[in-house]
Design a protein around this ligand. Structure first.
Ligand code: AMP
Length: 249
């Protein structure tokens, strides 16, 4: 079975976000970018499924500008077999990405699509759900455990009430949550080996997909600055302040 994993090129989680002066979004110029952390978890799970014999090929896909190829090379070094960059120099939205992934699923065939639960730049949490709807496939979101046997995937999903275990008939879409696994480190020999793995670049038009945004960002604002904290000398002083100044108890 072929597994397709979507990986997004996002601002590194450790970078402090600066806004562009025209207020249209985050300023990415010169900023450190990396693979969306939930996508690294989705990829790790695909590699584990391959090691367990449930998957025989892992295709990683990113929809983004040419430098997004960096995370595809990283994915190849981690253990993916081949990579596809759907080239888009403008920011993309979940519906466009879902359509591009659908088109690749139909072109290449896949029994399982693994995505992150959300991309940490826009926090949309929509692409997996939209892709499942477009394909007419079952979906399990916020996966904390995933096992595949034959054409059945058993997925334990995180929910506000605890954990919910569902059984899906493949093909299906699964989105990864934080507790699914801890992604492996990449070894130097694997980085060298990845240089010989195929990385295809393709235009969205070749997939018959229109990635033009449907949404318009009206403005973006920085979060309010946090006020400096104060050190208190005792628990009594803390309680006094919570009662008298903050009025929260
Ligand atoms: P989102 O719906 O934007 O929060 O993204 C959810 C998941 O969809 C991500 O964790 C990725 O696995 C996948 N995804 C979103 N955008 C892209 C993209 N541009 N390229 C590849 N995968 C993406």
């Amino acid at each position: 079975m072929k597994a397709l994993v979507g990986v997004k090129w996002v601002l590194d989680f450790s970078v402090k976000v600066r806004l562009k002066s025209d207020g249209t979004g985050a300023d990415l110029a010169g900023a450190r970018m990396s693979m969306n952390p939930f996508d690294e978890i989705a990829l790790e799970q695909a590699i584990r499924l391959k090691e367990a014999g449930a998957v025989d090929e892992i295709v990683v896909v990113s929809v983004g500008p040419r430098p997004a190829a960096d995370i595809l090379r990283r994915a190849l070094a981690m253990g993916a077999d081949r990579a596809v960059l759907v080239r888009s120099d403008a920011p993309v939205e979940p519906l466009g990405v879902a359509k591009a992934l659908k088109s690749l699923v139909e072109r290449d065939g896949a029994g399982l699509v693994l995505l992150g639960k959300q991309a940490i730049d826009d926090d949309n949490n929509q692409t997996g759900q939209m892709l499942a709807a477009l394909l007419g496939w079952p979906q399990a979101t916020y996966a904390a455990e995933l096992a595949v046997e034959g054409n059945v995937a058993t997925v334990t999903c995180e929910s506000d009430d605890g954990l919910e275990t569902v059984r899906l008939t493949l093909p299906a879409v699964v989105t990864a949550d934080l507790r699914l696994n801890t992604p492996r480190h990449i070894s130097l020999p694997n980085i060298m080996k990845a240089k010989n793995k195929p990385l295809e670049e393709i235009a969205p038009e070749a997939l018959n997909v229109d990635l033009r945004p449907r949404l318009k960002v009206l403005r973006t604002d920085e979060p309010a600055k946090r006020r400096a904290g104060v050190m208190v000398a005792s628990v009594d002083e803390l309680l006094d302040k919570l009662r008298g100044e903050a009025k929260v108890i």
